[in-house]
Design a protein around this ligand. Structure first.
Ligand code: G3I
Length: 343
């Protein structure tokens, strides 16, 4: 039994993928995708800096290959993302006039969304537009275009691809203030008559934080908006966070420190068990609310490829996913499947 079969009655099960998979350099990974998942999200290659590296010059080749791969294998494709302040192209950051920025944003959203009309299950239209206190992030877009950029981005995406689902996606979506901000943002879009189909909780979580209660409250609060709730970038870090160290300077260089990279050889059984329990708990919660949750996507397939080996400190050995560095299923994989076997 696979993940996608086990949760077929509940939600789509996905993973973020990198270019090695679709260029067939990673056949193990590609086969695992076909077996276990029914939706994929490109981890990096559809971001602005790759899609439109020069003004008006679009690079579609890689994205086209992703779409072909998912169409051929009947996999729902999630576009990530159309509008984000990070991984922008340099030329965008240099724009000084509001008119030019607005026209460039419009062209970017419309050109890409239009190209893949009918082939995309959903778009992360806007990514990470909120500050931690729930106010709008002071990005280039907000600074020059005001909150209209949010409304317009969704409108342009809808015009270009009326059938794709359109999402707002962000992290720390279980935090009280940010949650309030996200709810306000969605209500603002709804009030403007803009189509928004769902909200993405990225779900970059830890072994204990956020609590199940916080996750549940958030799922219910977002579902109350009348839109779909998705876990879009799920992973569970097992490593200490430098910011949690007493007196630690955020800028301090912890690279190579054993304290910050305690499992460089292997993950102790006790932690593997803790991770498996954590995954089981959160999946039980997802299943409980599967009338509200439409998709759960992991941010990667195997531990070796996870961005968490390089963040917030580079070159660590993290174990955040369901498959190990050789693509073997971990205890966490089995514990997630067990939920459905028990029921
Ligand atoms: O491709 C270059 C390579 O040529 C170069 O040698 C290497 C040296 O650093 O960098 C490579 O680019 C890296 C890229 O990932 C591809 O691996 C970038 O440095 C690195 O910054 C980039 O990180 C990505 C990050 O977004 C960028 O902000 C992560 O892989 C990706 O997982 C992460 O994904 C984000 C979501 O899009 C939004 N939500 C948060 C999530 C995690 O940060």
């Amino acid at each position: 039994v696979s993940l996608k079969e086990s949760f077929a009655d509940n939600f789509l099960i996905g993973a973020a993928v990198n270019d090695a998979l679709i260029s067939l350099k990673d056949s193990l990974g590609a086969n695992l995708i076909k077996k276990e998942y029914n939706t994929i999200t490109p981890e990096n290659s559809m971001k602005w800096m790759y899609m439109e590296p020069q003004q008006g010059v679009f690079e579609f080749e890689t994205a086209d290959r992703y779409i072909d791969f998912s169409t051929k294998n009947n996999i729902a494709f999630i576009g990530h993302n159309l509008v984000w302040h990070s991984q922008l192209a340099e030329w965008v950051e240099k724009i000084t006039s509001a008119e030019e920025l607005n026209a460039s944003l419009k062209n970017h959203v419309q050109t890409i969304a239009a190209r893949y009309t009918g082939k995309i299950h959903g778009w992360d239209v806007v990514n990470e537009a909120l500050n931690e206190d729930g106010t709008l992030r002071n990005s280039l877009f907000l600074e020059k275009l005001g909150p209209d950029y949010l409304v317009n981005s969704f409108k342009w995406a809808e015009e270009a691809d009326p059938k794709a689902e359109l999402y707002y996606n962000d992290y720390n979506m279980t935090h009280v203030e940010k949650r309030k901000g996200a709810i306000e943002l969605v209500k603002m879009l709804q009030k403007e008559g803009v189509k928004i189909d769902g909200i993405g909780m990225q779900a970059h979580w830890g072994l204990e934080d956020p609590t199940l209660e916080q996750i549940e409250t958030s799922i219910l609060a977002y579902a109350d908006l009348g839109i779909k709730v998705m876990m879009t970038e799920l992973d569970i870090t097992v490593l200490p966070n430098p910011w949690d160290l007493e007196g630690a300077e955020v800028s301090q260089n912890f690279e190579g420190s054993e304290q910050m990279n305690p499992y460089s050889d292997q993950l102790p059984d006790s932690v593997a068990t803790q991770l498996a329990k954590r995954y089981k708990d959160i999946f039980e919660l997802f299943v409980k609310h599967s009338d509200k949750i439409s998709r759960v996507t992991f941010w990667g397939i195997n531990d070796g490829h996870s961005w968490l080996n390089n963040w917030p400190i580079e070159k660590r050995t993290n174990y955040p996913l369901l498959f190990d560095r050789s693509y073997q299923p971990k205890a966490a994989y089995h514990s997630v499947l067990e939920i459905k076997q028990d029921s």
